[in-house]
Design a protein around this ligand. Structure first.
Ligand code: SAJ
Length: 408
């Protein structure tokens, strides 16, 4: 039986490890966070995701193990975070490099080292190869390097693991094909084998495409607001054209991917990325636009007390518990800069205290504010429309069912 060691049991690594295990691959999941490993060994999941509990049970039945130790095997999949440096917008490869080094400490000749973490194009040549060569290993003999970027979307991960096509970048086609066979144990869609640089680039291009398209919707919103036109009506009509598919405007773009990956291209090709840079700027300007809309409503209703404003939603999108780079956090930062302290916050998915004036009870939250700003379209708020319909509501997600709601 094939045995693999998945390194980094976060949003991507855990579901991936579980899918392999469910499909009959012998898997050990490794993470340096002992608390996380202990939770998984007690059969406690570390985040919420549709279908994850069932998948976890199946994978446990098939013998998946969790450990803080790297395992001796011939295939490693690295799914550690790749943070970016806030100022320079450049990738910080420290976790990937540290995982690679830990693999090198124990691996045998001919090991396959598969990197799934999103990396900026060129990172394997720039950081990973030198780190391996420095340790005296020969790439292509001792170690076979592969980049197999993930493509799954939080909220629909389990389905997408099985049905999204994938890309495998390898130096040698034969190795790429072997890794493709491995992923075919659970992936039912096409798996393309290509070179490493194309795999790196296509991943970042996919997220940049989405960022640009969301920016178009957001720019339209700002144009329509200027002259009091209904952007949703316009998008709806335009989308009836067979070759038009405009996305939905919103309070900004969050998450660890779409708001981050385009910067890698801007950083590396500053003279060639006009469209990409401007799309980033438009999406990053949306929290400011929301702030202006809140100000408009406050003026209209002669509200001056910030603590009468309630922000609904802290996560970066609906029905997930992930707050990374979320538009609400961006908005709170902007408010902070403008000394607008005291705004109230609630999110049904965030149960521990993350920001000031965060409420755990939706009812208390609603009771204590005059304006509710809907920043995330969780099912929870859709099911509780009647509880906010008598408030002043700024609906940035176009989900409110009552006429009186203000739009973006
Ligand atoms: N958003 C809008 N309008 C839209 C769609 C999204 O404002 O019409 C916002 C969301 O509210 C959110 C942000 O964009 O703040 C990003 O959300 P998302 O659902 O578009 O994408 P992510 O970041 O959850 O996942 C993306 C996916 N990439 C693409 O769709 C090209 C996913 O497939 C990738 O695996 C993931 O990035 C990643 O890890 O790279």
């Amino acid at each position: 039986m094939k045995k693999i060691n998945v390194i980094g049991l976060g949003y991507i690594g855990l579901p991936t490890a579980l899918m392999f295990a469910k499909s009959g691959v012998s898997v050990v999941g490794t993470d340096y966070n002992k608390e996380l490993v202990d939770s998984l060994n007690r059969n406690e999941l570390t985040f919420e995701e549709e279908g994850l509990e069932e998948l976890f049970k199946d994978a446990r039945t098939n013998g998946i193990e969790f450990s803080t130790e790297y395992q001796k095997t011939d295939t490693y999949i690295i799914t550690v975070p790749t943070p970016y440096l806030k100022e320079s917008k450049k990738l910080d490869p420290k976790y990937v490099i540290s995982a690679v080094n830990s693999v090198l400490d124990i691996c045998e000749k001919g090991t396959k080292l598969i990197i799934e973490s999103t990396i900026s194009p060129g990172s394997i040549n720039k950081f990973v190869r030198p780190a391996i060569v420095e340790r005296g290993f020969i790439i292509g003999e001792d170690i076979h390097l592969v980049h197999a970027p993930e493509r799954i979307i939080p909220g629909n991960m389990i389905y997408e693991l099985e049905y999204n096509s994938r890309t495998i970048g390898a130096d040698r086609k034969k190795i790429g094909e072997e890794v493709k066979e491995l992923y075919k144990s659970f992936c039912k869609a096409d798996i393309v084998v290509t070179d490493i640089r194309s795999a790196e680039m296509s991943k970042v291009v996919e997220n940049t495409f989405r960022d640009i398209n969301i920016a178009f919707a957001n720019e339209l919103t700002q144009i329509c607001r200027e002259d009091d036109m209904d952007v949703y009506e316009i998008i709806k009509i335009a989308n009836m054209h067979p070759r038009v598919n405009i996305l939905q405007p919103g309070p900004g773009v969050g998450g660890h991917c779409i708001s981050v990956d385009p910067w890698f291209l801007v950083g590396d090709y500053p003279d060639l990325t006009n469209l990409i840079l401007n799309a980033r700027k438009i999406n990053d300007s949306m929290p400011d636009h929301v702030l202006k809309r809140i100000r408009d409503i406050m003026r209209e209703h002669k509200i001056t007390d910030i603590s009468e404003i309630g922000l609904y939603g802290l996560t970066y999108k609906e029905n997930v518990d992930d707050m990374r780079e979320s538009p609400t956090l961006q908005l709170l930062e902007k408010m902070d800069e403008h000394l607008a302290f005291g705004v109230k916050v609630f999110d049904p998915f965030i149960k521990t205290k993350q920001v000031d004036n965060q409420f755990v009870s939706f009812e208390d939250f609603v009771d204590q504010v005059k304006i509710v700003v809907v920043l995330v379209g969780h099912d929870h708020i859709k099911e509780n429309m009647d509880k906010i319909k008598d408030k002043l509501v700024l609906d940035t997600k176009n989900i409110c069912t009552f006429e009186s709601a203000y739009k973006l």
